[in-house]
Design a protein around this ligand. Structure first.
Ligand SMILES: O=C(O)CCC(=O)C(=O)O
Ligand SMILES: [Fe+2]
Length: 317
């Protein structure tokens, strides 16, 4: 039987009964130890909002090329806006990714202290002018994703037998990115080209919304690939590099990739929850065995993100 990823109903994390919350933490622990990837239901995100996000995403990628170019993220000091097909190379040494994208973050004005201080990826968005529903839908969804991420980080803390608010410093004024992606069908005559090359995610958690096309694959411990097909009503959640650093790889930042072999257009909307930029990500003492030392040096969220953007965008420049 083909391997599959676990499914977790996380509604218990919002229960007033601590036992309910601990039970979900235990399920998260098992899923993180096994794969670092799991499906989530009971997330509380309204279906209508999800449909609206998918509708606006398709509409965005359907606007004329000249309008996309006007929104190019090269215009933005904080990496917001449109990224053309092949703009990123997630897997070192591979061909550029066969995807186009659009980056959205928290809407911040020049007067915000973090923007004035030149904090990484902080600032204003670029919005399409001819799609009136786009901005309100994306901002509502961004806010809902921040709330869900906070809930899931409490679940992560419980899963590690930590106090539920252990990650509250990380969750303070979090840097996060909503990313709209469009994957044209793979080209049969370029079999080595991928929609997204094999990579790990850079932040804390990723919450992925995908359409019904499929193509996401998760690397197994034995080096094989497990399909993560779309399941209606469920998100795919995966751990990013920060969690591997916190746990000294007890929980892995699992490698994944996308190959769209369906012959159809694929759309997905990952939300990357990266945390407070100045937060120092250091190994959690209880994640070390007695004779073990931390594999990773202490790093701030911002330092790690900057280095990963440098690496994955350098090749495509
Ligand atoms: O589109 C997907 O299913 C996954 C995208 C992804 O892995 C990423 O953007 O980091
Ligand atoms: Fe990813």
């Amino acid at each position: 039987m083909a391997k599959s990823l676990p499914m977790i109903d996380v509604s218990g994390l919002s229960s007033s009964d601590p036992c309910d919350r601990v039970l979900v933490g235990e399920k998260i622990r098992a899923a993180c130890l096994a794969h670092g990837f799991f499906y989530v239901t009971g997330h509380g995100i309204p279906e209508g909002l999800i449909e609206a996000v998918m509708g606006e995403t398709r509409a965005l990628f359907d606007i004329p090329d000249a309008c996309k170019d006007a929104l190019d993220k090269a215009n933005s000091p904080c990496n917001r806006g449109y990224e053309q097909l092949g703009g990123q190379t997630l897997q070192e040494g591979a061909l550029p990714d066969r995807k186009e994208g659009f980056y959205i973050g928290e809407e911040l004005t020049a007067g915000d202290g973090r923007v004035a201080a030149g904090k990484f990826n902080h600032g204003a968005n670029q919005w399409p002018t001819d799609l009136p529903g786009f901005r309100p839908v994306m901002m509502a969804y961004y806010a809902a994703m921040v709330t869900l991420s906070e809930t899931l980080m409490r679940g992560m803390a419980l899963s590690l037998d930590l106090k539920e608010d252990y990650f509250s410093g990380f969750c303070d004024q979090p840097l996060a990115t909503l990313r709209l992606l469009h994957y044209p069908p793979a080209q049969p005559d370029v079999p080595e080209e991928m929609g997204a090359g094999a990579h790990t995610d850079f932040g804390g958690l990723t919450i992925l919304l995908q359409d019904n096309v499929g193509g996401l694959q998760v690397c197994d411990e034995d080096g094989g690939w497990i399909d993560a097909p779309p399941i209606p009503g469920a998100y795919v959640v995966n751990l990013g590099d920060m969690i591997a650093r916190w746990t000294n790889d007890r929980y892995r930042s699992t490698v994944h990739r996308v190959i769209n072999k369906s012959g159809r257009e694929r759309y997905s909307v990952p939300f990357f929850y990266s945390g407070f930029p100045d937060h120092e990500v250091a190994c959690i003492p209880t994640c070390l065995y007695a004779d073990e030392t931390p594999t990773y040096p202490v790093i701030t969220v911002e330092q790690h993100l900057r280095s990963m953007y440098d690496r994955t965008y350098k090749a495509a420049r």
